[in-house]
Design a binder for this molecule. Structure first.
Ligand SMILES: NC(=O)c1ccc[n+]([C@@H]2O[C@H](COP(=O)([O-])OP(=O)(O)OC[C@H]3O[C@@H](n4cnc5c(N)ncnc54)[C@H](OP(=O)(O)O)[C@@H]3O)[C@@H](O)[C@H]2O)c1
Length: 392
């Protein structure tokens, strides 16, 4: 057996998600039955100080030899780094990812990829020009359950898929949690591209896209039309956003509706015990897949066959034993699967991943641009621009 390919990561920013990601990188891949890829963290950078980066590396139990930098500019120059994970607020993704690409580094950039589609296109053009790997970190796409569900749709197990309803809503006391008027927290601060849609809405959108768009052959894919209802918080960021998408050609060849819901005020799982059940419903003519939330970390789904597709004897007896429940254990947070994908693409000389490709990230950003246009959500020009470098 050949030895695993080792990928050397640099972590750009030391906030909440960077810590979860770096800890996942340190988990032995054999715990998830992976033997071809290994990860190590060779550097981390904090914009505030090198001591913060050092503390981060210690907290995440990264190798003691890893370098700690007090600026992102130093990190991108490190020759011991193969790929940089960008984990700043989305307002900063365009500037930070461009910094990495121009320094010749591959990039995995957190969601939402950028603030708008124009920025996403510019990053993709740069990655292409520089022959570098670039991916939006939509980790959900690489979960075994996502792969299984996409395969079921492609195999026709659901028949023609006509509707997908997906929700990621947190149900917060927004004023108490993140502050009111003039709040600085990234979740509600327009200067940091705050709001429910860019932060949470990308997940229900990714469920609509991975089921109704990604599963269709590339030559037949067409972007959906968009209808949006948006409520704004006192800061001007969106707090309650509902999106109705019409995909002209969904799996099965017919048009389908995608309903993507996100809210800060109400919750997908109001009691925290999953009483409300599915966060995602994928509805086809032969049955339905229901995925339990949270939408970003799917660990359980059930397949309910349509009545016409059941054994008549079983239906007559009033039993539902043909409903199939599928559970997946995750030995960590589950961010390592997207990291494995980055490792394999870099090893194989691929610039983009088939699971979360450039064209799809751009179409999703265009969808969110349209939602913002309809809802009147505006961000400051300095975070919408494609100019580089801009100091934020
Ligand atoms: N995949 C997921 O499940 C998931 C979950 C949560 C968040 N995210 C995404 O990850 C990104 C970061 O989210 P987070 O929750 O980790 O945020 P966070 O805890 O606030 O951390 C963001 C980090 O970015 C750096 N930063 C640089 N400039 C900043 C500025 N002007 N304001 C605030 N922070 C600044 C800071 O690190 P330094 O001081 O070290 O430079 C900060 O700790 C967002 O785009 C978010 O959408 C993804």
């Amino acid at each position: 057996m050949s030895s695993p390919h080792t990928i050397r990561w640099g972590i750009l920013a030391t906030g909440g998600i960077a810590e979860k990601f770096a800890k996942d990188l340190m988990i032995d891949p054999s715990t998830r039955s992976v033997s071809d890829i290994k990860h190590t963290v060779t550097a981390a950078a904090s914009s505030s100080s090198s001591s913060r980066a050092k503390h981060f590396l210690e907290t995440c139990k990264c190798p003691p030899s890893a370098s700690a930098y007090g600026s992102y500019e130093e990190l991108v120059k490190d020759p011991n780094v193969d790929i940089i994970y960008v984990a700043t607020p989305h307002s900063h993704h365009y500037q930070n990812t461009m910094l990495c690409l121009l320094a010749g580094k591959n990039v995995l950039c957190e969601k939402a990829f950028t603030v708008n589609a124009t920025q996403a296109k510019r990053l993709v053009e740069t990655a292409k020009e520089k022959k570098l790997f670039l991916m939006e970190a939509v980790w959900t796409r690489f979960f075994p359950l996502s792969l299984q569900i996409r395969k079921m749709i492609e195999n026709g197990d659901l028949g023609a898929v006509h509707r997908v309803i997906a929700d990621l809503s947190f149900g917060q006391d927004v004023e108490k949690t993140w502050g009111a008027d003039g709040a600085k927290h990234r979740m509600v601060n327009p200067d940091l591209a705050g709001g429910a849609m860019l932060d949470l809405g990308v997940y229900p959108l990714t469920w609509c896209f991975q089921t109704l768009y990604h599963t269709v052959p590339t030559t037949l894919r067409k972007p959906p039309s968009v209808l949006a209802a948006v409520e704004k918080y006192t800061t001007g960021a969106d707090e309650n956003t509902s999106i109705l998408l019409t995909f002209p050609s969904a799996p099965g060849g017919k048009p389908a509706h995608g309903v993507a819901l996100t809210s800060f005020r109400v919750a997908t799982d109001p009691d925290g015990f999953n009483t409300a059940r599915p966060a995602i419903r994928i509805q086809g003519t032969k049955g339905e897949i229901q995925v339990d939330g949270p939408a970003f970390r799917p660990t359980h789904y059930r397949f309910i066959p349509a009545a016409d597709d059941r054994d008549p004897q079983v239906v007559k007896a009033g039993r539902n034993e043909e409903v199939r429940e599928v559970e997946c254990e995750i030995p960590g947070q589950g961010m390592f699967w997207e990291a494995d994908e980055c490792g394999r693409c870099i090893r194989d000389g691929k610039l983009e991943s088939a699971g979360m490709g450039w064209e799809e990230s751009i179409v999703i950003m265009e969808t969110m641009d349209e939602v913002r246009r309809q809802g009147g959500i505006k961000y400051p020009e300095k975070i919408e621009t494609i100019e580089y470098p801009v100091s934020l």
